[in-house]
Design a protein around this ligand. Structure first.
Ligand SMILES: C[S@@+](CC[C@H](N)C(=O)[O-])C[C@H]1O[C@@H](n2cnc3c(N)ncnc32)[C@H](O)[C@@H]1O
Ligand code: SF4
Ligand code: SF4
Length: 281
């Protein structure tokens, strides 16, 4: 069969599947952007529609990131990820970005379907330590690469020293790392997506490739100070977040990795680790 070669689109592409979260970070790029929520709730069908556009264009993205809001809270989280796993040529690497506070047994199984997991670690919420201590890190790392991102400082979008569009564009890390896939088309960064500026439709391959590979600023770069002002991370609802952190830790602590005991003497039995869930006393 004459298979068409897929065009590789460099960079990391974000898919915001849910606009709800168990934390309330002040200045969250999509749930508190200038005080507003800028993303919606995607259904599995929305994801399939976006994938159909990328398949029609015959492109492969270097990295596809699944995020939100907190993506693991999506009711169709498993369906979406299982479906994306069937789309072999669509991406080189499939990544989950999560705050790690919803590791139910089902979310753990779905997490294993990714290539890479990025866990954001917020001040006074050391989920990295909890995940390592519980054995969950050791278990997950057999299936996925894990990165912990300490997020002590938050960018204040729209605030910062006003530079030229070129200076902003040249200094900006978002343009290659936060390209955003939406139902209406592709944005080069979270800010242009938030402001609905500089959209590139999925109409034809040439336009998409030149949009992705451009070396000139977006219209939005004129108004977007980069680098933005930084502030210490804080919560809009500290009491709610502290309660949800405790719940997240309870879920993590409920995971118990059992090392199979060497009681069977058949050489052909592969001994490994299995995972058990339940409350620790
Ligand atoms: C929008 S969150 C979604 C995934 C998940 N809820 C989490 O927190 O990891 C994706 C990433 O963007 C980061 N982020 C959001 N707003 C930010 C800001 N204003 N400055 C710096 N990083 C931000 C988060 O810390 C997280 O690493
Ligand atoms: S955890 Fe914080 S950064 Fe991530 S989506 Fe929720 S509010 Fe935004
Ligand atoms: S608008 Fe320009 S400077 Fe601002 S985040 Fe996007 S690419 Fe970067």
């Amino acid at each position: 069969m004459n298979k068409q070669k897929r065009k590789l689109l460099k960079g990391s592409y974000d898919l915001y599947i849910i606009n709800a979260c168990n934390l309330n970070c002040k200045g969250c790029s999509v749930l508190d952007y200038k005080g507003k929520v800028t993303i919606g709730l995607m259904t599995l069908q929305d994801v399939k529609d976006i994938v159909a556009n990328l398949n029609r264009l015959c492109v492969t993205v270097q990295e596809l990131k699944i995020l939100g809001g907190e993506p693991t809270l999506h009711k169709q989280f498993n369906d979406i990820v299982t479906y994306l796993r069937t789309q072999k040529g669509l991406y080189k690497k499939l990544t989950l970005v999560t705050n790690g506070l919803n590791f139910t047994p089902s979310v753990i199984e779905t997490t294993k379907l990714f290539d890479n997991v990025i866990m954001s670690v917020y001040p006074n919420m050391p989920i990295d330590e909890k995940i390592v201590h519980s054995g969950l890190h050791e278990h997950l790392k057999k299936y996925v690469d894990i990165e912990y991102w300490p997020q002590n400082m938050f960018e204040q979008y729209g605030e910062g020293k006003q530079n030229t569009a070129e200076e902003n564009w040249n200094a900006c890390w978002q343009k290659d790392n936060c390209l955003t896939l939406t139902n209406e088309g592709l944005y080069h960064c979270t800010i242009s997506m938030n402001e609905k500026s500089d959209l590139c439709s999925y109409e034809n391959l040439e336009d998409v490739v030149s949009y992705v590979e451009r070396d000139t600023p977006l219209d939005m770069c004129k108004k977007c100070p980069w680098p933005p002002k930084m502030e210490n991370w804080s919560s809009l609802k500290p009491e709610v977040d502290s309660k949800n952190y405790k719940k997240g830790v309870e879920l993590i602590n409920a995971v118990e990795i059992l090392y199979a005991k060497d009681t069977i003497n058949h050489n052909d039995v592969r001994r490994g680790k299995r995972i058990r869930y339940g409350n620790r006393s």
